[in-house]
Design a protein around this ligand. Structure first.
Ligand code: GLP
Length: 242
């Protein structure tokens, strides 16, 4: 794993946006795996700036990791709305294909299967990840086993509490979500995970330097050959200098 520690989230966002821009620029029909959450906001700000002539996006496909179940796409906290607001609505040319799981599908099992087929048809060149305070990636929550495929997940209490900051109260946070499984993440050619702030310091140390464990889903990234962990000083605090 490569570890890059930046002074500010802005610098970290610019570094990561440059990595994505290179893929958009040089890879024919690039496929970007995208994430939501506070950690990726500076990344999308910089990516909009770096690709403002728009042509880079014409042949691109984006595949998001996850979506809440039961929120309309227009709900202010849906991940569809997050992506439109922070990225897609700001681009001159939209990606050729934009995929985000449909958390309102009547048949959720069919939606999961359909999403896996989409990922099989579009192998991901570069996957962006955030990390939950409990080590979740996408919405793959800590458990005694991890699902390899796209699935419906019941969110853990700590995830509901942590994401309540985006809602009026924790009662309004959906209890379930659709997420891609660990297979889709680990099959991406390259992975960049972003984490900032002291609240992530402990889980980052356990993700990078601890055992590979299903109750720390992000520790699975140790099994991948091309992972970069992008941090600030606060989230890197518990890592040894080596
Ligand atoms: C949500 C998303 C995760 C993301 C996490 C981190 O739970 N489902 O994919 O990694 O938020 O969020 P933040 O960057 O706001 O800490």
């Amino acid at each position: 794993m490569k570890i890059r520690v930046f002074e500010t989230m802005h610098d970290a966002g610019l570094y990561t946006a440059t990595c994505l821009e290179q893929v958009l620029q040089y890879q024919p029909n690039p496929v970007l795996g995208l994430a939501t959450g506070g950690s990726v906001v500076p990344l999308y700000e910089q990516l909009v700036r770096l690709t403002d002539d728009g042509s880079e996006w014409a042949g691109a496909t984006t595949i998001n990791l996850d979506e809440y179940i039961g929120l309309a796409p227009s709900h202010p906290q849906s991940y569809r709305r997050f992506m439109d607001h922070h990225l897609f609505n700001k681009l001159h040319d939209k990606p050729h294909h934009i995929y985000i799981p449909n958390g309102n599908a009547l048949d959720l099992a069919a939606e999961c299967e359909k999403y896996d087929q989409i990922i099989r048809n579009h192998p991901i060149d570069i996957q962006i990840l955030g990390i939950g305070v409990n080590g979740h990636i996408g919405f793959n929550e800590p458990d005694s086993l991890l699902q390899s495929r796209t699935h419906v997940v019941k969110l853990r209490e700590e995830t509901i509490e942590s994401n309540a900051r985006f809602f009026a109260s924790s009662d309004e946070v959906p209890r379930k979500a659709i997420t891609v499984g660990v297979q889709a993440i680990l099959q991406a050619k390259r992975i960049i995970l972003l984490a900032f702030g002291e609240a992530k310091a402990d889980i980052i140390a356990r993700t990078i330097a601890g055992e590979v464990r299903t109750d720390i889903p992000a520790s699975m990234l140790q099994l991948h050959a091309d992972v970069t962990i992008v941090l600030d000083a606060a989230s890197a605090k518990r890592l040894s200098k080596r």
